[in-house]
Design a protein around this ligand. Sequence first.
Ligand code: AMP
Length: 412
Amino acid sequence: MSFKDLQLNKPILRAIAEAGYDNPTLVQEKTIPSVLNKKDCIVSAQTGTGKTAAFALPILQLLFNKQDASKKGKKIKALVVSPTRELAIQIAKNFETYSTYTNLRNTVVFGGTSIEPQKDILKKGVDILITTPGRLLDLHKQDIINLDYVETLVLDEADLMLDMGFIDDVKKIERLCPEEKQILLFSATIPYKVEQLANTILKSPERIEVAPNSSTSKNVNQLLYYVPKRNKIELCLHLLRNTIKGNIIIFRRTKFGVSKLEETLIKNGYKVDSIHGDKSQNLRQEALNKFKKGDVNILIATDVAARGIDINNLDAVVNFDLPNVPETYVHRIGRTARAGKSGIAYSFCSADEKAYVKTIQQLIQLQIDSIEDHPYPLDPKAKKQVHKTPGKSKYKKGRKSEASKKKKKRWY
Ligand code: AMP
């Protein structure tokens, strides 16, 4: 199938041809006609499948068809809500590329940066707004944003949005838009809570699914290292010195873990940067740019910070901590071995992570090769460390003060 078969018009076809896209990806083939038909959709697709264009192209087409020429007094007709700033920026870049030969304008707003410049742009008027939930609600409260004209609402990475606790914000945003609108929900996985949200706000949606989340590319060589928790850093250094080469992403579960590993690798002379939830937007963007330009070849990240970001074509992925959600494993290692290339995924498993290996292997229907010949083997009898007997904590439940709960920091 070609883009022409999808009934896209010339200005859009020209822009995608210049972007170097020859043919639509599977998710685009399946989604674009439904969006053009003004249907609500639930699309289960991961980053890297071309899902952004799957909603951006038909939205541009719909808006282009009924475009009122005046640049003044533009109203927000399409609203895209993304859980993270990086993803929002990336979506906006895509809209920018695809709308080159149209008069349609888009902008992106997100928290963590000054609100004033964003207000100025919004006051000039845009057709498409890409945003994170918090900043959108802020701007709406200040009467800078009018959602009365929204025709299409996109909820991108809905599962992550809910994991990050945005459920009430998402529902509020949906209610701020007109009743009669199209909703497109994109999610890497469709857990029960996403399903529930879809049931409450979508109307007879089309369901589109690409590549079951359990599939791992045959080109990824998956290796498992059983290692005591305290030796993971040594094992990582050992592998970096002797085995792992090229562009590497190392995943850790927490931002604290990311910072600690980054410090150690820098001390050992490696070119490293990192992304996690505690870094300012500018610092995260800088880290990504440095990695993409090749100024550093190792990026350490939490899943949440890396989610949705277009960092692919990696030579290796290191699962320094194993994820407790098996789909996350598939998602992480899918960043290597793209476009026919091969890649390696190294996973470090300590005694308390053995259960995760089990669920991952069940999901991918594969026994991951365990490498026994390395300097820090885990005693096979090592058991999960139990720190305290449950119920015997000397602290009372709910001991945190209200003030400290409010100040609760993000862990990702
Ligand atoms: P996404 O899944 O939206 O993050 O897209 C992943 C990457 O695929 C991005 O770098 C897009 O620019 C690229 N892409 C999207 N659609 C196509 C296509 N039809 N042909 C080639 N590349 C594409």
